[in-house]
Design a binder for this molecule. Structure first.
Ligand code: ZN
Ligand code: ZN
Length: 311
């Protein structure tokens, strides 16, 4: 009887949402090529969100853990909703099963750090591991506003920041750390630079260049309140709701409506540093074609070239 009830519900859902509803498949990854790195993963609201950037050796969120994520050494968690977090420890256990000797590092927002430890312990006990054999994975407590360097990528620094969502949620901006020749030596001949360097003169400054900002789940307001994100060449932001009558739903659920994105773009202006805006986390009720059509219809022409849809 229970099975029959589920079947009827599914059929009625199909009628409401249309046949393309079934085409969202969290285990079927999509990919997006960028100039310096590629992004792989999946993101549909409520189903699953996970992003992998192999060239930079990190993942953001772990709503599923495909085999391709296992070799990546860092995982940044935005928040604890299950569709973003539920495979965090699957990543850890699959690495162990494959005898990967390097402990992956899991960066957990401070508001849920203690809860994450409780959850990991409970999961381990649930799987029948004796308490005395419990071995906590490598977790780092991340505080908003406190930058940190990735454990195995000393050239990458991360700036975590609060965003507004229904529960505590963080966004992340990833910076590339570089040394740049000081202004006063820019015109100097090569031989002089080499001899200054040999004599121990500090000829470079440490600089940080933003590479990408991830917004995580958030109300659209965070797109202009955290204005610094638009200094990143790539911004990955959620765009859960598209329809005109869903503004109040977006506020209630703590998600971004496409109208919010348009306000943010208008406020920041077309001269923003950001070259690519990757839209993610659409509501599962929209079909892929509806998402493409709607975004194309409402996006002002001057921003269309920047927009990529992660589907
Ligand atoms: Zn979500
Ligand atoms: Zn969420």
């Amino acid at each position: 009887m229970k099975f029959r009830f589920l079947q009827i519900n599914f059929v009625s859902a199909m009628k409401v949402l249309g046949p393309e509803f079934t085409s969202h498949n969290a285990l079927r990854q999509v990919s997006l090529e960028q100039k310096r790195w590629n992004m792989y993963g999946f993101s549909i609201s409520g189903l699953s969100t996970y992003f992998q950037i192999p060239e930079l050796d990190f993942c953001v969120d772990m709503g599923e853990c495909p085999i391709s994520a296992i070799s990546l050494n860092h995982v940044l968690l935005t928040h604890s909703h299950g569709d973003h977090s539920r495979c965090l420890m699957r990543h850890n256990s699959l690495r162990r099963m494959m005898n990967n000797p390097t402990p992956a590092v899991y960066y957990i927002p401070e508001p849920v750090y203690d809860l994450a430890i409780d959850l990991i312990k409970a999961e381990t006990l649930f799987e029948g591991v004796a308490e005395e054999r419990f071995d906590l994975p490598s977790l780092e407590c991340v505080k908003a506003g406190e930058r940190f360097t990735l454990a195995y990528r000393k050239d990458l620094e991360v700036y975590p920041f609060h965003v507004k969502h229904s529960i505590p949620s963080f966004g992340y901006t990833v910076f590339c750390k570089k040394k740049k020749l000081k202004q006063e030596y820019l015109e100097s001949p090569r031989e002089e630079i080499i001899s200054l360097k040999k004599s121990g003169v500090e000829i470079t400054n440490d600089v940080r260049e933003p590479m990408v900002s991830f917004m995580g789940d958030c109300l659209g307001e965070s797109l202009w309140e955290e204005r610094h994100i638009w200094n990143s060449p790539v911004v990955v932001c959620e765009c859960t709701f598209l329809d005109e009558d869903e503004m109040s739903m977006a506020r209630k659920k703590g998600h971004t409506h496409i109208e919010h994105l348009l306000v943010a773009l208008d406020r920041v202006g077309r001269n923003m540093t950001c070259q690519t805006i990757i839209l993610t986390h659409f509501s599962m009720k929209y079909s892929k074609s509806y998402i493409f059509e709607t975004v194309n219809k409402v996006m002002p022409p001057e921003f269309k070239e920047k927009i990529r849809i992660f589907l």
